[in-house]
Design a protein around this ligand. Sequence first.
Ligand code: NAD
Length: 257
Amino acid sequence: MRLESKVALVTGSTSGIGLAIAHEMARSGARVMLNGFGNVEESVKAVSAHGTEVDYNGADLTSPDEIESLFAATEKRFGQVDILVNNAGIQHVAEIENFPVDRWDSVIALNLSAAFHCMRHALPGMKKRNFGRIVNIASVHGLVGSTGKAAYVAAKHGIMGLTKVAALETAPFDVTCNAICPGWVLTPLVQQQINARAAEKGTSIDEERHSLLIEKQPSGKFVTPEQIGKMAVFLCGEDAREMRGAAISMDGAWAAQ
Ligand code: NAD
């Protein structure tokens, strides 16, 4: 139970990668605050099954005020935040000249600014207690670009910079900040893109799942949410204490090209 007595706040943890991270944190003994929309009761029940304390807060992370309430609620319930996983994220696909301005604003607000707001609430306590782990779920799109994903790529490159600054500012402490950069992971976020491609091209979902993978990810296999969850737990342990400001690619060699 590597993370026993630690408190982990995982944003966007009612689905996909965040839910898998919450499972792995709880399996490792951490008490977990879940956040996100939909699938709430099932998520709380499933993560609680690991025998650790679990709570849920439905803050909309595009609102700085709701992020403040999320931290107040987590501290009220568990006393502190030792582990912060900035995971909540959305996607919108359109070329720059057609990119809806409100979608740009919401992708930047959730995929980048929310991580900044969460970090500014988490860091004072982490520094004071001289322990903290921040894991930012970035993306291969924090390292390379793709057409149609201006807001997402800009936000994910931004979070890479934020990760480095946080790593430098916490270097004198037992507080670390790293980024995991996944390639394709088959979650609802990617399934939506597969469905849109199939509808646009008149192809089948299976064909599009395959073509989306082989276009970018040389291994031809999806990364699994569980693999990312286990990496996040590793980053929270003592063995990862001197991993600081790192970009950890889990992308089937996508970024190696
Ligand atoms: P997902 O759609 O399965 O889950 C997203 C989660 O974020 C859900 O719990 C959702 O309720 C929550 N969420 C959405 N809007 C929110 C808001 N305003 N406030 C709070 N929570 C909100 O997506 P996923 O694929 O698991 O993605 C999780 C993270 O991983 C994202 O940051 C994404 O960019 C990143 N990522 C995903 C992939 C992939 O291939 N799926 C690859 C690289 C990076």
